[in-house]
Design a protein around this ligand. Structure first.
Ligand SMILES: [Zn+2]
Length: 271
């Protein structure tokens, strides 16, 4: 099963259409096990009608249309039989297609909520009928969904990999170095700069691996591999509190399955 982003608007959901009901960072679902997430269908809507908004067509999950419902109130109670889940907590349990669908829906949700008014003149924006865009009726400015590109890199040295502990991580958790791309910068330049800034080393052999939408709130993670060229690890002490070289035998806690960091680390582990 795959997810296909689909900007075309449909008139009305059908009973078997899938619904992503989002409230802030939470998602309405039933997580039966750690590896199975059940999403509501439109036919279930009686269960959440009291708390629901106007649906937005997101795309196709498999052959079934997918709709986004946004709940404003953080106090909204989950209907009987359903639960609010922190979206991050479900990452390991989503199928890849569900992950793409949820990423798309969350990013559209952020775009909707942050572009209600024109940034140029302050007039309330209106939805364009045929494309994913909002328009200012006064000055004609257009607002498309925003993506913030970021880079993430696995730097290796012999049989070791460089991992860092960000001050926002839970204690003991280490991951690959990452950061946002600055205006006017290529992805490759951003990787080199981030590694230099965060741990003070120079890298070479930089090559692209894969990408992943990361809807917290609207990033696109571009994943790379590189190798150490020179310098000793000296953390910046701001974003990165600890960093060091780890072997396959001395790995600390690493990011969960479902993240691009884990995908790249697992690729290195298999070598
Ligand atoms: Zn305007």
């Amino acid at each position: 099963m795959s997810f296909v982003h689909c900007p075309a608007h449909q008139a009305k959901p059908a009973a078997s259409d899938i619904c992503l009901v989002i409230q802030g960072d939470r998602l309405l679902a039933v997580a039966n096990t750690a590896a199975n997430v059940q999403l509501p269908v439109y036919g279930d809507r009686e269960a959440w009608r009291e708390i629901s908004s106007i649906p937005l067509h997101v795309g196709l999950l498999g052959a079934r249309p997918l709709w986004l419902y946004t709940i404003e109130s953080a106090d909204a109670l989950a209907p009987v039989g359903w639960e609010w889940h922190e979206t991050r907590a479900l990452l390991s349990a989503f199928t890849p297609a569900q992950m793409h669908a949820v990423s798309c829906a969350r990013e559209l949700n952020v775009w909707q909520s942050r572009n209600r008014f024109c940034g140029c003149c302050g007039t309330p924006t209106i939805d364009m009928p045929e494309e994913r865009a909002k328009k200012c009726p006064a000055c004609s400015s257009l607002y498309f969904p925003n993506i913030s590109p970021a880079v993430i890199v696995a730097v290796t040295r012999g049989d070791q990999i460089l991992l860092g502990h960000n001050r926002n991580f839970r204690p003991g958790m280490f991951s690959l170095l990452a950061g946002f791309i600055d205006p006017g910068e290529t992805a490759e330049q951003a990787v080199t700069r981030e590694v230099r800034e965060e741990v003070g080393i120079e890298i070479g052999g930089l090559h692209y691996i894969t990408s992943q939408p990361w809807p917290f709130p609207n990033s696109l993670m571009l994943g790379f591999r590189a190798h150490h060229v020179s310098g000793e690890v000296v953390v910046d002490g701001k974003e990165i509190e600890q960093a060091g070289w780890f072997t396959r035998e001395t790995l600390p806690e690493i990011p969960r399955v479902g993240t691009v960091a884990r995908l790249i680390i697992d690729g290195w582990l298999r070598e």
